[in-house]
Design a protein around this ligand. Structure first.
Ligand code: ATP
Length: 257
């Protein structure tokens, strides 16, 4: 059984078809990359999976249930988390608090309890803090727990976004250009982190990425979009040598990637 099944997914904006009849399966506990030139429709694809955009037609099935018409918070409750191409952190609160925001769905405290400072509320907050700190340790940011998020380096902010996404306890994690703006050392650390998340936390991962070294190294399966259409899919070797992919995206040096 696939974790995610995308069936004939199409999204049009007025006269523009951003995704055209896309079908793909994501196997449990796998890493799938969605690649393609700028404007190919990759982010639109993520936006449909996460409920930001309603598909024009087609279906999205998570663990055998359709999620195609759900709102973003409902999709999140079903176990999908994401990070964004343009980092979206709360810059003026601490690194730890940014992770705690991700736990919102799982905390059972109500507004009244919070206002009255009831003991079980205080206990839950303490536990949430501990869990947030553990997640910071997991991504290697615990030393910065009390810093403002905006003081972190770019690469560290991207890891913090991943920690915040993990705080929702997802079964499927969507990463939108996680290596963008990272130097080679940061990219190597990110590659290791993504692999650990898959193996240790049993999370299935779909990522959009332009760093082909990372994509070829990490992906079990690669899907290539161009002008909103799926032009190829397969393993790294199939994609490197695929004439349509070389023409539309990778260029002639691709065999060495
Ligand atoms: N809300 C929208 N309204 C109108 N057009 C949109 C909207 N969102 C995306 N598009 C268009 O859909 C097409 C696909 O865009 P999308 O952002 O999905 O591509 P992408 O592959 O993620 O590109 P990049 O690699 O540059 O992020 C583009 O032509 C874009 O202008």
């Amino acid at each position: 059984m696939s974790t995610l099944q995308v069936k004939n997914l199409t999204k049009t904006f007025g006269g523009l078809t951003a995704n055209s009849d896309i079908t793909m399966d994501v196997a449990p506990n796998s890493i799938t990359a969605v690649i393609g030139p700028n404007g190919a429709g990759k982010t639109t694809f993520f936006n449909m999976i996460t409920g930001v955009y309603q598909p024009t037609s087609g279906d999205i099935i998570l663990n055998d249930k359709s999620i195609a018409r759900l709102k973003p918070h409902e999709v999140s409750k079903r176990g999908i988390a994401r990070t964004f191409q343009n980092i979206r952190l709360f810059g003026d609160v601490t690194v730890l608090e940014n992770v705690m925001v991700g736990m919102h769905n799982h905390l059972k405290v109500g507004l009244v309890g919070t206002l009255l400072g009831l003991p079980n509320v205080r206990r839950q907050e303490k536990e949430a803090k501990k869990e947030a700190y553990r997640l910071l340790e997991y991504v290697g940011l615990e030393a910065f727990y009390n810093e403002l998020a905006s003081n972190l380096s770019y690469g560290a902010q991207r890891r913090l976004e991943i920690a915040r996404a993990l705080a929702t306890k997802p079964s499927l994690l969507l990463l939108d250009e996680p290596a963008a703006g990272m130097n080679p050392r940061e990219t190597r650390e990110l590659t290791a982190l993504i692999n650990r998340i898959r193996h240790e936390l049993d999370v299935t991962i779909v990522l959009i990425e332009h760093d082909m070294k990372l994509v070829m190294e990490i992906s079990d399966h690669i899907v290539v979009l161009d002008h909103g259409e799926k032009i190829a899919e397969g393993k790294a070797d199939d994609i490197r040598n695929h004439p349509k992919v070389i023409e539309a995206y990778l260029g002639k040096g691709a065999a060495t990637l």
